[in-house]
Design a binder for this molecule. Structure first.
Ligand SMILES: [Zn+2]
Length: 557
């Protein structure tokens, strides 16, 4: 066959793994000679070969510290996830023949300029190769500027099968860094000794790492109790952290930390009482999170007051939390019904609960850097005035923007005035019946025109009316989605949501250097259908908000 022939043509002996072949897999072993040294290679062909490149493992001798997996010895012959691999012409033998010499050259002098030219500029941290306990995760604060020094850490655990938690503080040398999130009911809070190593440990098994760390510490750490109702699960737990310099960015070494946790079960699991695991740690903080969305650097310091958490507002809330908004107050009076979930941000597991409570709970779990204040209130209902004022004051205290997703003209009118009085921007959004179209608008403090000016312009045909599915007579979504006449998909409605969130981002980052760019318009309408219902690529039309002569404009004498 062609693959084997390609190896023999290079003069490399080639042997097919028979048991693998009978199991339907192709694995080939060969010996490649470079610079007088002979490397025994195992070439594993993935089921999708040649669309996916072969996996090549070096059975010996090792090529060096870079581009060879320290435990599995697979070679990194193709950078950038194998983008250079050409499935219809490349063959395994030629790939090894061309690329293995590069790895040998880089490993002969890893810091040389030659290596820099040939190498993909990608870090190879020790921590990337550890055999982590599946599904476990412990967050810790970024360690920039923290010395690699012995000390102690505090570990807050929320689960032990798998392990979930945070390192809430790290005291190393004279420095202490803190990290905590308002997640309640930990099952254990334990002190973890931190040992400092001058270089990454060149060993990968949990037992070897544990023994090395205990040796460094001089004794094993002490056991701590765990709260658990399940009699099979641990009564006791102990942990050790190893701190060491690691290549966190290409050729840039920084402090890293690996966590080892041992638990003692009340009953044996797979014949063993004790279980030792390497637990994945990850740097995390509200600021660190925003480095992936640098234009939203302002978001953790900003507060949004969001009114309405229905087919539009629920998605707005989740999108803002995902984007790292610091504080979010949400107002709604509805409970979630299972039938609603066709047009809601979350699923039927929350049915029967107040929508604002669901939003607050889900964001608390998924995006805990966002503080959510839920307010259950129906505006315009027979509320006690003092109570309503107090709740609205809480909603709006410190808010940088009011976002109105109620799609109710009465509420729009009211909230646009409330925002004006408080000198904060007001953004509203709505969809038409059928979600055939929609609208996003904004009134900024100090604008010459108001929301009512916009209504006057609309009534006079000064802006394109988004298309409406008949027989919906209303030009906006009826307040509350219980209205059986309102139909339309979530994927059409979220077209409007995403544009509204972009407008919120532009408004909140306006004037901040390098912030999400602001828009020059204030009103945008979208058509998702032609007037007779043919779907089209969303067509947005934008307008400036102009004063109307019967409202904020010059009066006509
Ligand atoms: Zn006006």
């Amino acid at each position: 066959m062609a693959e084997v022939a390609a190896f023999t043509n290079l003069g490399w002996p080639c042997e097919i793994d028979e048991p693998a072949r009978q199991a339907g897999r192709l694995i080939v072993r060969t010996c490649a000679t470079f610079g007088g040294a002979e490397y025994t290679l195992e070439v594993r062909y993935p089921p999708g070969y040649p669309f996916f490149p072969p996996i090549v493992a070096n059975l010996g001798p090792p090529t060096g510290t870079r581009h060879e997996h320290p435990c599995e010895h697979t070679l990194c012959l193709l950078s950038d996830h194998g983008r250079q691999w050409k499935p219809h012409s490349d063959r395994a033998a030629a790939l090894i023949y061309e690329k293995l010499p590069d790895i040998l050259r880089i490993n002969a002098d890893p810091l040389s300029e030659l290596a820099a030219d040939e190498e993909a500029r990608q870090a190879e941290p020790f921590s990337a190769y550890l055999p982590y306990q599946p599904c476990s995760h412990v967050a810790m604060p970024p360690l920039d500027g923290v010395p690699v020094a012995p000390g102690t850490a505090r570990l807050k655990l929320f689960g032990h099968a798998p392990y979930r938690g945070f390192l809430t503080s790290l005291a190393l040398g004279s420095q202490t860094v803190h990290y905590d999130l308002p997640i309640r009911n930990p099952i254990a809070e334990i002190e973890v000794p931190v040992v400092a190593l001058t270089q990454a440990p060149q060993t990968w098994s949990p037992e070897a790492l544990w023994n090395m760390a205990c040796g460094e510490l001089g004794h094993p750490p002490s056991w701590a109790s765990v709260k658990s109702n399940d009699p099979r699960w641990p009564q006791k737990i102990r942990a050790l952290a190893m701190m060491y310099p690691d290549e966190l960015q290409w050729r840039r070494v920084g402090p890293n930390l690996t966590l080892l946790i041992e638990r003692r079960n009340a009953k044996p699991v797979n014949g063993k009482y004790n279980h030792l695991a390497v637990v994945r740690t990850e740097f995390e903080s509200a600021t660190f999170r925003q480095t992936r969305v640098p234009e939203l650097r302002e978001f953790p310091q900003r507060k949004v007051a969001l009114f309405g958490t229905g087919a539009l507002g629920s998605f707005v809330a989740m999108e803002l939390a995902r984007s790292g908004i610091g504080r979010l107050s949400v107002l709604d009076c509805d409970d979630l019904s299972a039938g609603n979930t066709v047009r809601w941000a979350l699923g039927r597991n929350y049915a029967g609960n107040p929508k604002v409570g669901v939003i607050a709970h889900e964001i608390g779990q998924a995006y805990p850097h966002t503080q959510v204040k839920p307010v259950g209130l129906r505006l315009g209902a027979n509320n006690t005035p003092g109570d309503e004022t107090k709740l609205l004051d809480e909603m709006l205290a410190g808010a940088d923007i009011v976002v109105d997703a109620t799609a109710s003209l009465r509420v729009n009118d009211y909230l646009s005035r409330v925002a004006h009085e408080r000198d904060v921007p007001y953004i509203w959004l709505s969809t038409t019946n059928g979600a055939w179209g929609g609208m996003v608008g904004r009134v900024r403090p100090g604008a010459r025109a108001c929301w009512m000016c916009h209504r006057y312009h609309m009534m006079e045909g000064g802006a394109i009316e988004p298309p409406v599915k008949r027989p919906g007579e209303l030009d906006i979504q009826p307040a509350g989605c219980l209205d059986p006449t309102f139909t339309g998909t979530a994927f059409d409605a979220t077209e409007v949501v995403l544009q509204a969130v972009r407008l919120v981002a532009g408004t909140l980052c306006s004037g901040a250097e390098g912030g999400y760019p602001d828009y020059s318009w204030d009103i945008a309408t979208v058509a998702l259908r032609t007037p007779d219902g043919q779907p089209i690529v969303p067509q947005w039309t934008t307008y400036r908000l102009e004063p109307h002569q019967d409202c904020c404009g010059e009066s006509v004498a």
